[in-house]
Write a protein that binds this ligand. Structure first.
Ligand SMILES: Cc1ncc(C[n+]2csc(CCOP(=O)(O)OP(=O)(O)O)c2C)c(N)n1
Ligand SMILES: [Mg+2]
Length: 785
């Protein structure tokens, strides 16, 4: 443990005054966060009989840490991810700063009120990182630190303006695997400027946590290059340990199981006395030590852990002056200072009315003055507190940036080649950009979890280089061993190579996609991943989208079209993921010109105020490209679908396909159009956009906008009301079968809904009914029934 610098009040009155004031602020935060939760659950009108919720004990556990951080240690350029259940404390801090309103606090967890967990997009106070899904908000800070280093290396951020990326985390978050994936990646990338502060209350949601992990965290983090600072004892405890009997007390605490400590904390002073007398009564000096404290003092002493002692905390933060990543393990009591303290069920537990009234009285707050910032403190003290708050680092926080947009060329050149795959076309478009002097090209940052070459990013990387803070030679190249891939890493490189951990990949995309608001420079992140392994990082993808981070995700290859790789690599449900994920517009092009069109659109959409991230589902299947008479198809393709063969007015049938199965759809159309005159062939580029637009048009009547028919309604209105549709894609058939609902057309949906297996394409397409025969049969069936 790093011993904090000694602090003797008499020798340093300014410091003593600061500690006294911060201690008052800690109490205010504990009060305001408790009251916010209490008000929402017990005082506000309830209409649905549901529990509102909130976490008073989780808040009280971390108020001292947050006081010391926000009102002392934080620098204006630092960024913080706050553990989800301490959201009300963050809002209370901004309330003290006059940046949060009472009205919003009163509407905690209500519509338009303070969100349950800090939210970048939904809260009105500055929130650096959203949190909610435990573990992700922690790891994202490491990736944002890497992004910050990237911008420094690229001359976009001055070293003097770099901040610390800080996570305030619950100790149960240490159980999330994504933390350790991130530690390993961080070590590889020479992580710096990152603090993780653990609220080590040794309680999770269900229970007290395993004693066996004690000290193991130190080893794990130190192995990965971190400094570990353990704040086990507060100043009261450290002073008591120096007195006769103190050593025995310290040893007892050291060996006390977490659960026992929690039970005694809950029971309070008399229970502590009884237990300590029983266990230590005979040890020299202990009886006297105990006798010197009444029950309340004894309870205070025993719970004076490092994470509740302002002096200990500010000294520990002040002592870290370098940029080495640092883990602070701040021992705490869950529910500290509340009657819930230590109870194993306190995670969702709440103070009852008597208990909150007791806390109010204890803090000298008069009834009716619960929301007054400095209620019960006297004018002089209130003025000093107000001054401290106004002059605190959080009051000088750097506002989020509005970075200017990076110009996007009017068109991106279409890759040439009579036969191409969408994956190769994607790689080619990026390569052409890499060779160009477009401003856009300099802001591209590519990344992949160990699949750079197999997803066609290789040419871009050869052109623009691998990024590394410490330059890294390509040893193979130096030894003149031929290879298509240059693997030299420099500070100027634009590709960030990750190990094979998809969670890290999505978190890095999220961090890169927040570069504009965080650091004032737009980056246009492009990440590739094997389409089925999107599922591995799905929560992190959702997390990035929830924060409105902007990136281009490329899932490739996809579907059973990845024939030889078998069922474990063939994605089936990703079209539905693309449709179901807010903040992510998804597309599945079939032809190279569609890829170029969609990528250009994506780079603009990623920068638009009302834009989002974009997902392209691609394939390695090489297909014959189409001659185009004009570019009339383009705007429809961007809207989600265009008629590749327009149906005759009132036509009785159409085939709608998406992605890799375009050749089968075309061949079936050729085979059928003599029998079904006017047969249409609909190229669907985005089931997602079609469906969103359709839903929005249907909802227009309710949200007050004028009802315009949606794109898909317009397209399908060419068909006769009694027409039949065959839909086909290499993925869940549900992604297209809904088309029948647009005008009530009959549908025969083809697609994959079973795990695939190995085989060549003709075998697989036949087995899974994606081939020409299947489309013809499905059409016939529509007209037979
Ligand atoms: C990924 C995920 N799984 C489950 C939950 C539900 N959950 C919320 S808090 C929590 C445990 C919190 O314990 P800890 O991190 O120690 O926080 P504290 O004790 O400070 O409240 C769990 C399991 C969640 N929010 N996210
Ligand atoms: Mg905990």
């Amino acid at each position: 443990m790093n011993a904090p610098a000694p602090l003797i009040a008499a020798e340093n009155p300014a410091r003593a005054e600061q500690v006294a004031l911060l201690t008052q602020i800690e109490q205010r935060l504990r009060w305001l966060s408790s009251w916010t939760v209490h008000n929402a659950n017990n005082l506000r009108e309830k209409r649905d009989g549901l529990k509102v919720g909130g976490h008073q004990a989780s808040c009280a556990s971390i108020t001292a840490v947050m006081t010391a951080l926000y009102f002392h240690a934080l620098r204006p350029q630092d960024k913080v991810a706050v553990k989800p259940h301490a959201g009300p404390v963050l809002h209370a801090i901004h309330y003290l700063l006059d940046e949060q309103t009472r009205e919003k606090l009163e509407r905690f967890r209500g519509l338009g009120g303070v969100q349950s967990y800090p939210s970048r997009t939904k809260d009105t106070i500055p929130v650096d990182f959203s949190t909610g899904s435990v573990g992700l908000g922690v790891a994202v800070t490491a990736f944002s630190s890497l992004v910050q280093d990237y911008l420094v290396a690229h001359g976009k951020l001055a070293e003097a303006d770099t901040g610390r990326m800080i996570a305030l985390m619950g100790d149960a978050e240490l159980d999330e695997g994504n933390i350790y994936e991130c530690l390993i990646e961080g070590y590889k990338h020479d992580l710096r400027n990152c603090w993780w502060i653990v609220d080590y209350n040794r309680q999770s949601l269900d229970a007290t946590t395993a004693d066996r992990m004690f000290r193991r965290f130190d080893d794990i983090f130190e192995t990965c290059g971190w400094r570990v600072v353990t704040l086990k004892h507060g100043r009261l405890q450290r002073e008591a340990f120096k007195r006769p009997g103190g050593q025995a007390l310290e040893d007892w605490i050291e060996n006390c199981p977490n659960a026992d400590f929690a039970v005694l904390t809950y029971l309070g002073g008399a229970a502590w006395r009884e237990r300590l007398t029983r266990d230590l009564g005979d040890a020299k000096g202990v009886a006297e030590l105990l006798a010197a404290h009444d029950d309340a003092q004894l309870a205070r002493l025993m719970t004076n852990l490092g994470g509740h002692c302002i002096e200990t905390l500010i000294d520990a933060f002040d002592n870290v002056t370098d940029d080495r990543p640092t883990l602070f393990i701040a021992y705490t009591v869950k529910g500290y200072g509340l009657p819930l303290a230590g109870h194993k069920d306190n995670h969702s537990g709440m103070m009852n009315t008597t208990q909150i009234e007791g806390l109010r009285a204890e803090l000298g707050i008069e009834p009716g003055h619960e929301w007054d910032k400095w209620a019960g403190l006297g004018d002089n003290l209130a003025a000093r507190l107000e001054a401290l708050v106004k002059d605190s680092p959080i009051a000088r926080k750097v506002a989020e940036h509005r970075a200017p947009a990076v110009p996007v060329p009017a068109r991106l050149p279409v890759p040439e080649g009579a036969v191409q795959s969408t994956q190769a076309a994607f790689g080619r478009v990026l390569f052409d950009l890499a060779k160009s002097d477009e401003a856009l090209a300099d802001r591209l940052v590519t990344t992949a979890p160990d699949v750079t070459q197999t997803t066609n990013l290789g040419a871009f990387v050869n052109q623009r280089g691998l990024f590394r803070r410490q330059e890294l030679a390509d040893v193979f190249q130096k030894a003149r061993i031929p290879s298509a891939q240059k693997w030299t890493a420099t500070t100027a490189g634009q590709h960030i190579e990750l190990g094979i951990a998809e969670n890290n990949f999505f978190l890095l995309l999220a961090s890169l996609g927040l570069a504009a608001p965080h650091f004032g420079t737009r980056l246009l992140p492009v990440g590739t991943v094997y389409d089925p392994f999107i599922a591995r990082g799905l929560d992190a993808l959702n997390y990035g989208c929830y924060q409105d981070a902007r990136f281009l995700l490329v899932g490739t290859p996809s579907g059973i079209t990845l024939a030889g790789e078998g069922g474990a690599h063939q994605s089936i449900n990703t079209p539905l993921i693309g449709m179901g994920q807010p903040g992510l517009e998804s597309f599945e092009p079939a032809f190279a010109d569609e890829v170029a069109l969609l990528m250009r659109w994506a780079f603009a959409h990623m920068q638009a105020d009302d834009g989002s991230s974009v997902y392209l589902r691609l394939t390695t299947r090489q297909i014959e490209q189409l001659p185009r008479g004009s570019d009339a198809w383009e705007s429809d393709a961007l809207a989600g679908a265009y008629w590749l063969r327009e149906p005759a007015p009132g036509a009785t049938a159409a085939i709608a396909y998406c992605g890799a199965v375009a050749p089968e759809a075309l061949a079936a159309w050729k085979a059928l159009h003599d029998d079904l005159p006017g047969l249409g062939l609909l190229a669907v580029t985005s089931p997602d956009r079609l469906h969103r637009d359709w839903s929005a048009a249907r909802a227009a009547r309710w949200n007050g906008s004028a009802r315009q028919p949606s794109h898909i309604e317009n397209l399908l209105s060419l068909l006769a009301p009694s027409a039949g549709l065959v839909t086909v894609l290499d993925g869940s058939p549900a992604a297209l079968s809904w088309l029948g609902g647009v005008h009530g057309h009959r549908v025969s949906p083809l697609g994959t809904d079973r795990f695939g297996q190995t085989g060549d394409l003709p075998d697989l397409y036949r087995t899974y009914r994606l081939d020409v025969e299947a489309i013809i049969d499905a059409m016939a069936e529509l007209f037979l029934n």
